[in-house]
Each structure stands twice: as C-alpha cells, then as structure tokens.
Ligand binder design. Structure first.
Ligand code: SF4
Length: 692
C-alpha cells in the first residue's frame, strides 16, 4: 500500500481459520470507513467475508458498550448504573481478594476464549491466572476433538499449503462450509477449477452454501462420517487405488487395516450413513483415481461424541491413496502446528502452579452449579472475569450455565464489546476494545501467515483493551511481578516475536506478514509423520492423547478406523438428530449484534425434510418445539429438501433472546465430553419435534 493511502494494514481477529490480511480505511481518528482484504497477500488475495467488510456497522454500533456498568437490580434484570473505571477495577479486585481469602485462589475462575484470536489480548488473562494461582481452564469448546483425531494418525498438526489447491484436480470439502465460514478456501478452489477443471466434492449432512456450488454433494446422516470413510477405504483397497509402495514406506498397521476393512463395504455403510452404496463407490473411484486430490477437513464432523474417531477415520484417506506425495495432493485440517511462537512472555505459562485444578470450559454449567464431578475436592467458584466469550449462549446445556451465572453468591465481571447473553447476567460489565482499537499479533489456523495488527482508531467511548485491564487488575491484586505487566501491547508483540526467532514487530509491520509455511516435503509429511518411527498410525494410541485420556469413554474409541456410534442416540422418544451448524452472517455469537446480519439470517429456524414436516403437520414458518430430557426450545420450521429425513438443522448461534421463549439452542446440546480428551458434541443431539 502506498504511504498516502487512507487504508491501514491489520488482520482479522475473529475465530475463523483465515485470519485475513485486512486494509481498513480510517476516515477520522475514531472512525473507520471501508474494510477490504489485502490483494497482495497470497492467501487472502483481496477477498474477505461480508461480515467483516461491513465492520463499520459493528465497531460504530450504537449498542457498543462504552462505560463500565454496575448491576443495580436482581441478576439478569437489565438494571445498571454507569460507574468509573477505577471503581470497576476496585470492585473486581475486592471480589477476587474476598473469594481468595475465604476459599483460596482456586475459587476464582478467569474464563476466556476465542472472541479475539490476537495472541496478546487473548492470552493476558492467562497471565493473571498463572501469577495468582487461580483455577485453570481446560479449553475444550472448539478444536479438542478435531486435534485429537488428527494427531491420532498424523502426530503433528500441519498439512498441504492451501495455496497448493490451485494445483489440485479434486478438492474434497469434508465437514466444512467455507462459503459461510471461511470464504477464502473458495478463492483457491476457484483457481483450481478455472485453471485445471478441478472438481469440488462436499460431504456434509445438509446442503450448505458450499454444497450448493459443488460438483458433487454426498449427504451422510450426522455422525456417520467414520462409516463413510471406512467404506471409501474398503473400495480403495478393493479396486486397486491403494498406493501400496507409499503405504509400505510411510504407514504402520496397513495389513491390519485392510483386513479390518474387508467387511466395511459400501453396502454396510449405506445402512449406517443413508448414502447409496453406488454413490460411495463412485466417490471412491473419483478420489482414488485422482493423484492431486486435496482433502480439506472441517470441524463439523468432530462435533459429535465420535468426533475424534471420525476425524481419524477420514484423515486416513490421503494416506491410503498416497495423495500426500503429489503437488496439490494430501490435505489440511489445521495449520496450528507450523508456528513456533513462544507465548510465555504473554501468558506466563512457566509460572503456572503445579497441581492447580483444571475446570472444563465446556462444562461451565456443571462447574457453576456445584457438580462434584467437576469441582473435585476444590472450593466452589465464587468469582469470575469473562473475556472474549459468551458461555451463556455458546456452551452446551446453556440453561444450566444461566442458572450458574445467576447464583447470588457468585461475582461475575464480563469484559465485552456488546451486552451479550453472558454480560446481561453479570454483576459488573466493562467495555472492551475491538481489534481496530488496539495492537496485537495474529497467526492463521487454516493458512500460514503471522501478522501484526496496529491500532487503527481510538477506542470507542471508554473501552479498554484486555491487556491493559488485566495488567491493572494484576497490579491491584499484588501480582504484577512479570515483565508483560509493565509493557504496552506493542512492546509485548515485539518481545514475543524476538523470543520466537521471528522478525521484530516493526519489521513485521513494515512487511505486513510473515509466511511460516514449511517446505513441500515437510508440509506433505514426506519427511515422516510426527511419531518416532515417522509412520502414519491407522491404529491410534488413544490413551496417549489428551489430558482427560482414560476417563471419558476411552474404551469406546475404535482400535482401527470404524463407525463409532454417535452419542445423541435417537430412539422412539427422540427420533430426530439436531445439528447446530454455523450461520453465514454470524461467527458463533459475534455479529449477532449487527442489524444487517440479523436481517439476512431472519430468525432461529429449523430446517427439516419436507416429508418430516408433512408427517408432523407443520408448514413453512410454523413454530415447532424441539426437546429432549435437558430442555425444549421453540423455533420456526422451514421445509428443506437438502437433508435426510430425521435430521434437523438450526443454524446459529442466535442469542437466547432471539428465540420465542428466550431459551437458545444450546439448552439442548449435551455437556458430556468427547473422548479421548473432552469437547462439546454440538451436532449430536437427539430431540423430539412437535408443533408448538
Ligand atoms: S473470512 Fe474469516 S478471517 Fe477473513 S475477514 Fe471473514 S471472519 Fe475474518
């Protein structure tokens, strides 16, 4: 960009694998105009999603929180009075010290997640946790099952450079909907289609926006991807598409796998998945017959109780065909393992106290309502600071989360940009900056760039950044004995980059990004997989994975790729399987605050097969009640032919208040952990459906 440009370079902080390189127009010291993608970034390639291109609507929304607010009525009543920052910080400090004095430091639970992916602003709450010895957060709500399933076979999280898709002849989009959730994937798919006539296949339980523009859509029942993958592998071995020379050199347990798959036929899988055997065979032939086949795996298939097992089963495919050997071949689930960023200067991990109990983020409802299974022999949680997340809407069993947050003896402070469902239940709400109002450091999850984001505009109202708020609290709490507690965010970015052997902050800002993609051999695992013997594992050592290994359903995980039954078992009483997929205009609950996004999404809606609608006597826009033993919620029905009978899809995540009865979709989802290491089974809920 020329220096005279009114557009300033930064990076998208949202919880999306793209981490787009952005250019933001500053039209006044406190006001932005247009937001666009950097055309010269080889991944972003000038394309960003509509959500972020409309960011002016979000950052300048009249609904932004701009002053600290103290609750004046009952919890959740919406009665507040404005207070100053000094009083707000003093109140949080007093509540934390009081909890600590009476119950010990593990009665305080700093709670956070990925509302910003900026390493400095996101990680500073961890520094407070470690310096104070507060209760740990075992972070499971997103990628834990996916990571476990991938690591089970590969032993390291990396994969084919997504820009190599341009050299692919077949792209298999399995369990993701990039048109809605990572639009940049489609840029690289389009290049392959235009240049080489590449085919795009989508495998998803419903006809998503991406399925709509694919050459082929395979539509298994939710939670049956493992069975589908086994049948595809059966056909690959049977029909001569397994690359035996590659397998002999790079994989362990091949003979056992082939023997095991012998009766996992397409017909066997048809009964489980609902996908016709002939379609499975045809896909296997297409996949096996294409050397440059790129498997892009999403999180969708991992959000069920068998999620880790399904990820492992599907991820075996490019190993069986040897696609990893070819340019444009192999695949990607996530690139997080390619970075060597030393986060200690931010989160003070080296100061974590041994033996501090770890509380499962996804089980916040159980934790806050006194579950002995979760709290162990430690104290109840008496005080919290919540940053970058909205557990009252996004966590499973959300009615129990709400009940916990409403406890009279629990102090909750929420640092937020908007009055989220969680903020609305707090004792104290303090206003947070957006990425445009502070400095930070970012790295891609579905691509390979490290980027810095400088502050573009002044904070709106009295909003303050996480790093500074947390440092102020640590000073008041007498726990600022750490260099980061005395640095600006930019100084900390520089410190982290230097500690990681990367270009310093000013150099990175001048160059705008650093590409961390490993070379072809490493990216394609041709230097070996991430185990001592360098071989891919068809038979995972599940027990070796995950902090919760051995406790939660480890014995349910298959020894070899297989169909592991999902958790939300449908029965006569609960004949439907609910999938809570992401909406195009929202990102979890972010962007639900903006009018354009809400208008385009409409309202919480149940997509159901027309025959199911007819059987239930419901038509378009009829209110229907979805329920199970945990709760019931009311949404509006939409007959939709793009899913199998017995499947219900509710896209979101809508705020609770958008639902007819004020209870959101996650009231139905289960907090039972996904083996081997935990996680939330958001797409694995058995429900009944009735006209409301
Ligand atoms: S595609 Fe993802 S990373 Fe890019 S601007 Fe949109 S939300 Fe941000």
């Amino acid at each position: 960009m020329p220096d005279s440009s009114p557009f300033l370079a930064t990076a998208c902080p949202h919880d999306c694998p793209s981490t787009c390189a952005l250019e933001v127009e500053r039209i006044a010291p406190d006001r932005i105009g247009k937001v666009r993608g950097a055309a010269d970034n080889s991944y972003t390639a000038g394309v960003i999603c509509a959500k972020v291109s409309r960011y002016a609507e979000r950052v300048h929304s009249p609904d932004r929180l701009t002053r600290p607010l103290l609750r004046t009525g009952p919890k959740g009543s919406g009665q507040w009075r404005e207070i100053g920052w000094e009083e707000a910080l003093d109140r949080i400090t007093d509540a934390f010290l009081d909890a600590e004095r009476h119950f010990g430091p593990e009665a305080v639970w700093p709670y956070y997640y990925a509302g910003t992916m900026g390493l400095v602003q996101r990680g500073s709450i961890q520094r407070m946790r470690h310096l104070k010895g507060y209760a740990g957060q075992y972070s499971t709500v997103c990628d834990t099952p996916a990571n476990m399933g991938w690591l089970a076979g590969y032993g390291a999280i990396r994969g084919t450079d997504p820009r190599e898709m341009a050299e692919s002849d077949l792209i298999v989009n399995w369990g993701g909907n990039p048109v809605a959730t990572q639009v940049n994937v489609m840029t690289h798919v389009s290049r392959a289609r235009k240049a080489r006539g590449a085919k795009l296949v989508t495998i998803d339980p419903y006809r998503t926006g991406t399925a709509d523009v694919s050459d082929l859509h395979i539509m298994p029942r939710p939670g049956t991807d493992g069975a589908l993958a086994c049948a595809v592998m059966h056909a690959l071995f049977r029909d001569g598409f397994a690359d035996r020379a590659y397998l002999a050199r790079y994989a362990a347990g091949v003979e056992r796998l082939e023997e095991h798959l012998r009766d996992r036929t397409p017909e066997w899988a048809e009964a489980i998945t609902g996908v016709p055997a002939a379609e499975i065979t045809a896909f296997a032939r297409l996949y096996g017959g294409t050397k440059a086949s790129y498997l892009r795996m999403g999180y969708g298939l991992t959000r069920s109780r068998n999620g880790a097992a399904q990820m492992h089963a599907v991820s075996c495919l490019p190993v069986v065909t040897g696609a990893w050997q070819h340019r444009g071949g192999g695949g990607l689930y996530c690139s997080s393992g390619i970075y060597r960023i030393d986060r200690k200067p931010i989160d003070a991990n080296d100061r974590a106290r041994p033996g501090v109990r770890q509380l499962d983020q996804s089980r916040i409802g159980a934790v806050l309502t006194g579950s002995a299974r979760d709290l162990g022999d430690g104290p109840p949680i008496k005080a919290m600071l919540v940053q970058n997340t909205n557990p009252a809407a996004i966590c499973p069993d959300s009615a129990r989360v709400r009940a916990g947050l409403l406890r009279e003896d629990l102090f909750v402070a929420v640092h937020e940009q908007f009055m989220t469902d969680t903020a609305a239940l707090a004792d104290l709400v303090i206003p947070a900056t957006t990425f445009l109002e502070h400095d930070d450091l970012y790295r891609g999850g579905g691509q390979s760039h490290i980027l810095v984001g400088r502050k573009v505009i002044e904070p709106q109202g009295e909003a303050r950044e996480n790093h500074i708020v947390n440092n102020d609290l640590m000073r008041r709490l007498g726990a600022d004995d750490h260099p980061a507690c005395h640095m600006s965010a930019w100084e900390l970015v520089d410190t982290v980059l230097k500690a990681s052997g990367l270009p310093d902050a000013e150099t990175l800002a001048a160059g705008r990004w650093h590409d961390a993609q490993p070379d072809f051999e490493t990216s394609h695992f041709l230097t070996g997989f991430g185990f001592p013997d360098g071989r891919f594992r068809f038979a995972p050592d599940w027990a070796a994975l995950g902090a919760m290994g051995g406790r939660d359903g480890l014995d349910e995980l298959p020894a070899l790729p297989d169909h592991m039954p999902p958790g939300g078992t449908t029965d006569d009483e609960h004949p439907f399987r609910l999938v809570t997929a992401p909406a195009r205009q929202f990102l979890n609950t972010s962007f639900t605050e903006t009018g354009t996004a809400r208008k385009r999404e409409g309202r919480p809606t149940a997509l159901m097969h027309p025959d199911d609608c007819a059987a239930l006597g419901v038509a378009e826009d009829t209110p229907v009640r979805l329920g199970n033993r945990q709760a019931s919620v009311v949404v509006h029905a939409r007959p939709f032919g793009g899913l199998q009978r017995g499947v219900v899809v509710v896209e979101g995540i809508w705020p609770n208040g958008a639902f007819v009865e004020g209870l959101g979709i996650n009231a139905l989802t289960s907090p039972e952990p996904i083996p081997p290491a935990g996680g939330a089974a958001f797409h694995d809920t058995a429900v009944w459906v009735r006209a409301a």
